[in-house]
Design a protein around this ligand. Structure first.
Ligand code: ADP
Ligand code: ZN
Length: 209
């Protein structure tokens, strides 16, 4: 099962993906995490994309497509994958169609108010990437990940100026993918407003599992 998770920043794609990986037994591939790891490791890719990402803009299609194409060659995606954060533009979707067959696209439906509330409080583990929230889902010990003991921090692109920019970019460049995939009969809408446990239920229902 080859799945795409589509939705605005802060819709909970990464959070659901962690659960969906357990349910489906296929890996999550998050372009955002790949970029953040590259930035932390100061690789050539990381140095190239850091300023772009911190400003809330999109990395160019050519770079992003090459990254995903290379990732989908690996053995662990034989039985499927969850693409989280890719494609984010029509050219990315068209390129993907040329090297992989997408089975379903999960569209995370959430109003801007929900996005702002989530991103405003989002805290992320630097080591394992787990998402916490300053109010709704705090780590037991402040600043320390419950799962791996890593440092829990605020992503640079979750700062208010970057969040506004990311929402604009989402509307202009990514939202057109909703109609693109709906037109291909691949889209499954899920209500992404509730808390995680309910979203897992909504996801299973949409998938018929
Ligand atoms: P979120 O879904 O919370 O916005 P991600 O972790 O998916 O965050 O992505 C963080 C940033 O990484 C994006 O704002 C963008 O700059 C970059 N990025 C991730 N995926 C892509 C992509 N498919 N194309 C271009 N840039 C991307
Ligand atoms: Zn962790």
């Amino acid at each position: 099962m080859n799945l795409i998770f589509l939705g605005p920043p802060g819709a909970g794609k990464g959070t659901l993906a962690v659960k969906a990986v357990e349910i489906l037994g296929v890996p999550q591939i998050s372009t955002g995490s790949i970029f953040r790891t590259a930035i932390a490791d100061k690789t050539p890719l990381g140095l190239k994309v850091k300023a772009i990402i911190d400003a809330g803009k999109l990395v160019d299609d050519e770079t992003t497509i090459a990254l995903v194409k290379e990732r989908l060659i690996k053995d662990d995606v034989k039985n499927g994958y969850i693409l989280d954060g890719f494609p984010r533009t029509i050219p990315q979707a068209e390129a993907l169609a040329g090297f992989s067959k997408v089975d379903k696209v999960i569209n995370f439906d959430i109003p801007d108010s929900g996005v702002l509330e989530r991103l405003g409080g989002r805290r992320v583990c630097r080591k394992c990437g787990f998402n916490f929230h300053a109010i709704f889902n705090k780590p037991k010990q402040e600043g320390v990940c419950d799962h791996c003991g890593g440092e829990v921090y605020i992503r640079d692109d979750d700062k208010p100026e970057a969040v506004q920019k990311r929402l604009e970019v989402y509307r202009a460049q990514t939202a057109p993918l909703i109609d693109y995939y709906r037109g291909k009969g691949l889209l499954l809408d899920i209500d992404a407003k509730p808390m995680v446990d309910q979203i897992v239920i909504n996801f299973k229902k949409a998938m018929g599992i």
